[in-house]
Design a protein around this ligand. Structure first.
Ligand code: G3H
Ligand code: 13P
Ligand code: ZN
Length: 320
């Protein structure tokens, strides 16, 4: 089946109290690991591509990898999404290039400018049958293309969400409630906390409207341990506790973004094989172990965190 938008997925996820996993892709092994897990568990899926991923792998290679996944996994709906689009041009390029969903991240701008930019992207995307995610509030984080310094993040202001959604026409909204990008989300020794009161108030003001949670990796400690025991150096890497993610998924959060956990799985696999077998120089030997870890991260999320196992068919009802 062709790529789909996230409209039906979010409708069903909202009603059913579950969330769709949005996983970042950068190369073949990551696409394969994610889509094999979703295919085996009959889970609806969002594959997302950042500006950095497009720079690394190039648009055409990523498109063709995703098209291959559509052929290999014909029984699950897959949406292809631009993650953190920084300006109109990258959003347009992804709409024109076959994506079914784009994020315009105007959270770095003042409210009115964010509205203006987001509205422009929505106008163009909707004309082409593509859905749009906007953002209000700032997450902290230290990823390549998404940099907000420590202490510079800010929670979403619930009193702004109705006006933002009405004036822009966005299809979903990313909010900041205390998660952050990367593998160091909370200070060691402190209790991880998310502002569920903000999420609650946002959903009260936007009934039935799909909310997106960025920075939602839980940073599996077994992979951090493998990395650190095999030549890595990631002290105090800490993620979002899984019970908090489950709680968010039962509430209005319909899309949960995960990138760092895939990176950890892949890196742990590669480091382990390289340490155990210094004689190996065939990339397949270590990449296949990394890929298997990516697959098991995604399977775990689908079963234990997102609650979307077996939901592929219901998310395709109106598409048949
Ligand atoms: O939200 C950020 C994602 O993890 C993408 O990271 O820009 O390094 O590809 P990236
Ligand atoms: P993590 O760094 O927590 O995986 O977040 C990814 C993300 O939000 C992509 O947009
Ligand atoms: Zn993000």
């Amino acid at each position: 089946m062709p790529l789909v938008t996230s409209t039906e997925m979010f409708r069903k996820a909202y009603e059913g109290g579950y969330a769709i996993g949005a996983f970042n892709v950068n190369n073949m092994e990551i696409v394969q690991g994610i889509t094999e897990a979703a295919g085996e568990l009959n889970a609806p899926l969002i594959l997302q591509v950042s500006a950095g991923a497009r720079k690394y792998a190039n648009h055409t290679f990523l498109m063709k990898l995703v098209e291959a996944a559509l052929i290999e996994q014909p029984n699950i709906p897959i949406c292809l999404h631009l993650d953190h689009g920084a300006d109109f041009d990258i959003c347009k390029s992804c709409v024109d290039g076959g994506f079914t969903s784009v994020m315009i991240d105007g959270s770095k701008y003042p409210f009115e400018e964010n509205i203006e930019l987001t509205r422009r992207v929505v106008e163009y995307a909707h004309e082409h049958g593509v859905v749009v995610e906007g953002e209000l509030g700032k997450l902290e984080g230290v990823e390549d293309e998404v940099k907000v310094a420590e202490g510079m993040g800010s929670y979403t202001r619930p009193e702004e969400v109705e006006e933002f959604v009405t004036r822009t026409g966005v299809d979903s909204l990313a909010i900041a409630i205390g998660t952050s990008h990367g593998a160091y989300k909370f200070k060691p020794g402190t209790k991880p906390q998310l502002r569920f009161d903000i999420l609650e108030e946002v959903s009260r003001r936007l009934p039935g409207f799909p909310i997106v949670l960025h920075g939602a990796s839980s940073v599996p400690q077994e992979y951090v341990k493998i990395i650190n025991e095999n030549g890595g150096n990631m002290p105090d890497a800490i993620g979002v506790p899984e019970d908090m993610l489950r709680q968010a998924a039962r509430m209005a959060v319909c899309k949960i973004n995960i990138d760092s956990d895939l990176r950890l799985g892949l890196t742990a696999g590669i480091r382990q094989v390289m340490k155990e077998h210094p004689e190996y120089f065939d990339p397949r030997e270590y990449l296949k172990v990394g890929r298997a870890n990516v697959k098991s991260v995604v399977a775990h999320k689908i079963k234990e965190v997102l609650g979307c196992e077996g939901k592929a068919a219901e998310c395709m009802e109106s598409l048949k």
